[in-house]
Design a protein around this ligand. Structure first.
Ligand SMILES: CC(=O)N[C@H](C=O)[C@@H](O)[C@H](O)[C@H](O)COP(=O)(O)O
Length: 226
């Protein structure tokens, strides 16, 4: 087992992302958010965009999963090999990329992409998947980590309110590659359930680092109680 992957075993990774046009969309802000979650016990950081990745890599001494969201097409998480190489060069220890079997904008297969990232950069690869079949395919393609990130975000999967713990469990049984539970983990007990379902690592984003959404949860509850 790679030592960096070992470091993440049964630990919490916090995704520090702000979306286009939002007030916190700024690399220095994300750097500070990453420093803050490190103090709280995060064992790793997931970050989006080359500038955020570079700023966080310099400031935070934790394993860093990087991605680059680009485009409005189906495949938007680190969609091409060039994106993946740039993410690695910006300082990510692990490159997170689309792990589905959908056509990629550069025409490369997932296997070709994973092999090229590993050969050319030495970074590890996390495949963001939405189904069991995709996870099995990503493991066969050489991914070092397989995530449930895209469950509920592809045209052929349905979005549950909470995390897809069933997919976590089925993946953990089916593949030898560590499974990352990611997506709609909104409460601490759901993170614990994900580990009990067989996850190697749990990634939480919105519920820790997206104040607009968290505020919306509270504002709705207050509005309903009025
Ligand atoms: C589908 C997609 O684009 N997911 C993204 C992947 O990096 C992020 O927008 C999510 O915040 C991240 O996966 C963590 O999930 P959650 O924020 O639900 O804890």
């Amino acid at each position: 087992m790679n030592p960096l992957v070992e470091q993440l075993r049964h630990r919490l990774v916090v995704s520090c992302q702000a979306y286009p046009g939002e007030p916190m969309r700024d690399p220095d802000t994300m750097r500070r958010v990453a420093l803050a979650v490190a103090r709280g016990g995060a064992a790793g950081i997931r970050a989006q965009g080359l500038a955020d990745i570079a700023a966080i890599r310099d400031a935070v001494d934790l394993p860093l999963i990087g991605l680059w969201k680009d485009g409005d097409d189906d495949v938007f998480i680190t969609p091409t090999l060039d994106h993946a190489l740039a993410v690695a060069r910006a300082g990510a220890h692990v490159v997170a990329l689309d792990g589905t079997a959908r056509p990629r904008p550069d025409g490369r297969t997932l296997g070709e992409t994973v092999a090229a990232v590993k050969e050319r950069t030495g970074a590890l690869v996390m495949a963001d998947c939405s189904t069991l079949e995709e996870g099995v395919g990503a493991a066969a393609a050489g991914a070092d980590l397989v995530g449930t990130t895209l469950a509920g975000y592809t045209a052929y999967t349905s979005k549950q309110p909470g995390p897809d713990l069933d997919l976590v469990a089925r993946l953990a049984t089916a593949i030898d590659v560590p499974v990352v539970a990611e997506g709609r983990i909104h409460r601490p007990e759901q993170a614990a359930q994900a580990l009990r379902a067989g996850a190697w690592t749990v990634v939480v984003g919105t519920a820790i680092t997206h104040p607009t959404t968290i505020t919306g949860w509270f504002a709705s509850a207050v509005a309903e109680a009025r």
